[in-house]
Design a protein around this ligand. Sequence first.
Ligand SMILES: NC(=O)NCCC(=O)O
Ligand SMILES: [Zn+2]
Ligand SMILES: [Zn+2]
Length: 468
Amino acid sequence: MSSTRTLIQGGLVITAADEIHADVLIEDGRVAAIAAHGSAVADSWTADRTVDAANRYVIPGGVDVHTHMELPFGGTFASDTFETGTRAAAWGGTTTIVDFAVQSVGHSAREGLDAWHAKADGNCAIDYAFHMILSDVNSSSLREMDRLVEEGVTSFKLFMAYPGVFYSDDGQILRAMQRSAGNGGLIMMHAENGIAIDVLVEQALAEGRTDPRYHGEVRKALLEAEATHRAIQLARVAGAPLYVVHVSAEEALAELVVARDKGLPVFGETCPQYLFLSTDNLAEPGFEGAKYVCSTPLRPKEHHAALWRGLRTNDLQVVSTDHCPFCFTGQKDLGRGDFSKIPNGLPGVENRMDLLHQAVIDGHITRRRWIEIACATPARMFGLYPKKGTIAPGADADIVIYDPHAEQTLGVETQHMNVDYSAYEGRSVTGQVETVLSRGEAIIDRREFTGRIGHGQYTPRGTCQYLG
Ligand SMILES: NC(=O)NCCC(=O)O
Ligand SMILES: [Zn+2]
Ligand SMILES: [Zn+2]
């Protein structure tokens, strides 16, 4: 579709702030105006194309700020390329991803960023941006951070886990936080005590505890909480804000709550797998549990209620996917007989909006909170708002027509992610993406992919705009 004026008529427009039966006029890829459905203003509009959204929701495209397309991990690569992963994201109602470029040990951040641009450039179906994983914090990469912030890579992930691969020690973490306090960057922390975890891994393997479920047992909730506490104190010393990624444990969330109650600029995300899956999945018979190996790990289902509460109270602000798929056959397989060799990560970029809509139906969150945690706040947190994450005059026309009544069953047969299993196989959810516009162009049209690889544009970001 290349019309310059599109009218979305008669839907319930939901943003983080409002719900209103309204028509949305799109001109040249941006939202031009919104007016109450049936009003004289809306009725006066003409367009090249009209989309009937009666009995549908009209919501901003999802903003997924945690994906790993083609991530090298454990001797293999995440199985979604930017092409397959962004197409799947579109199917799931996500119109922007922020993926992680990787600085590897012995190399500059610039080399990592250039490599990620080369992977993504011309290959994306939706708009994209980058964070930077710093695996080698030294005087030179600290200086590079300033330049990266200026050019729109405004957030840096550090790892307290994975010694010898991505790991930074406390001194490196403190220095990077001090640098970000000065340049406006946001430190994103993978908070797990990786040194202690490696001791427990070694002991488990020596005792013959090699099955996937031991991945969850050695990566203890207390070691997530301890690292979260330490990261918060280091950020306080540095005078820097902090965003803790993939929070999975109630004990880790409690550390965020304490910090936020003190008024500290400490933020947290969780992911659908920590809300819908559990250690029961890791303990599935045979080697099936490998499908659910990710870090932080899945927790006993008793943790779910605390995470939902955190999302309601705004102690957790964002739900992203940490999409990092590895095929069961040929990739997860690498860890048969040794859980520590199972590549870490789950597929999910296509499932997030639907699972969170199901959470609305189940009463965990409201409709507006759904949009807030999946669209608006991620965009604000990472300097993309209001271009992304809302429906308002001037915003990019990244809009999803969502059928809240459609019934669907998630599974490998119907998904579009490039992976040979679904972490949500057989799960019934109510609600489905019907049509998706990216900058005004229909990329999913009544459940047909009408997008184009190469349509997705690199989107440099501003600094964190989130104050809550
Ligand atoms: N989360 C995970 O298991 N894999 C991706 C890398 C990371 O986010 O730590
Ligand atoms: Zn991580
Ligand atoms: Zn991740």
